[in-house]
Design a protein around this ligand. Structure first.
Ligand code: TYM
Length: 340
């Protein structure tokens, strides 16, 4: 059976990028593979300046949106990272396998640290070590596939490298995972700045479609999307990033092909109208289900409680095996036959 694991950070309101790049596939494809595990990775939200009450609120909202997007607790495990100690237990061991050079090469670290320094702030050590915790998230579950958007590929590669190195040094302990990405919309761009990813932690609201935006708001944001100076609608991500982004969004929402879709339009206005309609339709059931779930917070809590219980049971044996393999004395006198 293929074990799938993926996670999402409660650092802001979830966006169309999160949905098209990751969540939709989790619901439509990955959870049907069998043993899939999806995590609200709240510890990762503490790596930058944060408001404790907001992180708590967003953790619940993120979990609710995962269920609203179609994750079914009968099919998969949904839980909050900090409810399962195995993640931090394993992370330290992996810090003893990863190198500081590897951490400093991570693009997200470099970008976020530079932004933080520009603002005159200090960079939390956890921002540097974040990819190790992410590797622990993945490796603790014996994960084969990690469905993510493009921006997370480098982190999953690192998890692979760490798994291989650990296995070589200490004996086979971890499955070596691989990232999977969607065919289209693997990197949805900001509508106001098609050179930048549509990110939930960014400040620029008008270029970001949030999953809980009212339909009118979605329409306005799409109508004001920055397009390019040309007039014809062609799919050319390098030369025409604004239009290419709209075509990718339309293709993702309608199961189409971005290059082919361009042929059907003679104006940007018509394209934007269809993109807005398609996004509103894709988000409609999610928003409705979210409203229902908010009326029943006890249900969401129950799902998370049961999810944490299942996740702990899944992760524990692998993390215990890693503790033994790396040379730590078991806490309880275990009789390990033949051990020196
Ligand atoms: P996060 O919370 O930034 O994003 C969650 C998922 O959404 C995808 N995504 C996008 N896809 C396409 N276009 C976009 N504009 C866009 N923005 C976000 C991300 O690629 C991701 O798949 N480090 C991770 C969270 C994490 C994790 C893990 C993921 C922690 N541990 C273990 C997988 C496995 C992150 O910050 O994702």
């Amino acid at each position: 059976m293929t074990r799938v694991f993926s996670g999402i950070k409660p650092t802001g309101h979830l966006t169309l990028g999160n949905y098209l790049g990751a969540m939709r596939r989790w619901a439509e494809v990955d959870q049907r593979h069998g043993d899939a595990v999806f995590c609200v990775v709240d510890l990762h939200a503490l790596t930058v300046d944060h408001d404790p009450a907001r992180v708590r609120r967003l953790s619940r909202q993120t979990a609710t949106l995962l269920l609203a997007a179609g994750l079914d607790p009968e099919l998969c495990t949904v839980f909050v990272q900090s409810h399962v100690d195995e993640h931090t237990r394993l992370s330290y061991l992996l810090e003893c396998v990863a190198t500081d050079g590897e951490m400093r090469r991570m693009i997200q670290y470099r970008e976020k640290a530079a932004r933080e320094r520009e603002r005159g702030g200090s960079v939390r050590l956890s921002l540097l070590t974040y990819p190790v915790l992410m590797a622990a998230d993945i490796l603790a579950y014996g994960t084969h596939e990690v469905p993510v958007g493009d921006d997370q590929t480098q982190h999953v590669e690192l998890a692979r490298d760490i798994a291989v190195r650990f296995n070589q040094r200490y004996g086979h302990t971890f499955v070596v995972p691989r990232a999977t990405r969607p065919a289209v919309a693997a990197r949805v761009m900001n509508l106001q700045d098609p050179g930048a990813k549509m990110g939930k932690s960014d400040d620029s609201g008008p270029g970001i479609v949030y999953l809980l935006d009212e339909p009118d708001v979605v329409r306005k944001k799409v109508a004001r999307a920055v397009t390019d100076s040309g007039a014809d609608v062609v799919y050319d991500p390098a030369g025409r990033p604004g239009v290419a982004n709209l075509l990718e969004i339309l293709a993702a929402c309608t199961d189409g092909d971005p290059a082919g879709l361009g042929d059907g339009y003679t104006s940007y206005g018509a394209l934007k109208k269809d993109v807005a309609d398609a996004v509103v339709e894709v988000l409609r059931p999610l928003r409705e289900r979210h409203r229902e779930l908010c009326a029943d917070p006890g249900y969401v809590d129950g799902v998370l409680r049961e999810g944490a219980r299942r996740a702990r049971a899944l992760a524990r044996p692998t993390v215990d095996a890693a503790y033994r393999a790396i040379g730590l004395l078991p806490a309880e006198a275990e009789v390990v036959v033949g051990a020196g």
